[in-house]
Ligand binder design. Structure first.
Ligand code: ADP
Length: 191
């Protein structure tokens, strides 16, 4: 299986690049942000809980996120692999994912980190907020908090995957096609 973690701060282009990768490698796309938003829209219990954190730009608690992710993975019988987009975001999530995948006799192949500077991120998120309707993209305080959460809780995962020899840094500035090309090169040299 080809199991990719697509990593990067809010606004780095994870969703956009996931589209390219699922088509090229025939993977199942699991975006925790998308799953939370679907639950919020459907007004489920999980959605109500997630909303209370997302509206503040905070991470949803690990135990909630991990069990949701595991149940999503288990829905797929024999996939070519997964793209994890927005997960893991904490060390506890990364450890849980390793254990869970090992129990399914598989593992993460590669962690692809899209690197974009904070100014460009803020610009992209505010731009997206104008068209997406996502309330967490329309408020500069929430955006700043998300970037802060990323820097304190999520960025350390680079070391986690580096220690396993699975970390690749990808320049996230440029055209969508250029960035896709960089991702393909990194994946094809590891496969
Ligand atoms: P972003 O554009 O910030 O990358 P996402 O769509 O991936 O946005 O996630 C939106 C929000 O959902 C996050 O700000 C966070 O509150 C919550 N969330 C998404 N994934 C996770 C996760 N793995 N752990 C905890 N919270 C998460």
């Amino acid at each position: 299986m080809l199991n990719l973690v697509l990593f990067g701060p809010p606004g780095a282009g994870k969703g956009t690049q996931s589209e390219n990768l699922i088509n090229k490698y025939n993977l199942v796309h699991l975006s925790t942000g998308d799953i939370f938003r679907a639950n919020i829209k459907g007004e489920t219990e999980l959605g109500k809980l997630a909303k209370s954190y997302i509206d503040k730009g905070e991470l949803v608690p690990d135990e909630v996120t991990i069990s949701m992710l595991e149940s999503e993975v288990s829905k797929h019988e024999s996939p070519n692999g997964f793209i994890f987009d927005g997960f893991p975001r904490t060390t506890a999530q990364a450890e849980a994912l390793d254990t869970f995948l090992a129990s399914k006799n598989t593992a993460i192949t590669l962690m692809l980190a899209l690197e974009v500077d904070d100014e460009e991120l803020k610009r992209r998120l505010l731009e997206r907020g104008k068209v997406s309707g996502r309330s967490d993209d329309q408020d500069e305080t929430i955006i700043e908090n998300r970037i802060k959460e990323y820097n304190s809780k999520t960025a350390p995962l680079k070391d986690f995957y580096s220690a396993q020899g699975k970390f690749v840094s990808i320049d996230g500035i440029g055209s969508i096609d250029d960035i896709a090309g960089r991702l393909y090169t990194a994946i094809d040299s590891k496969k």
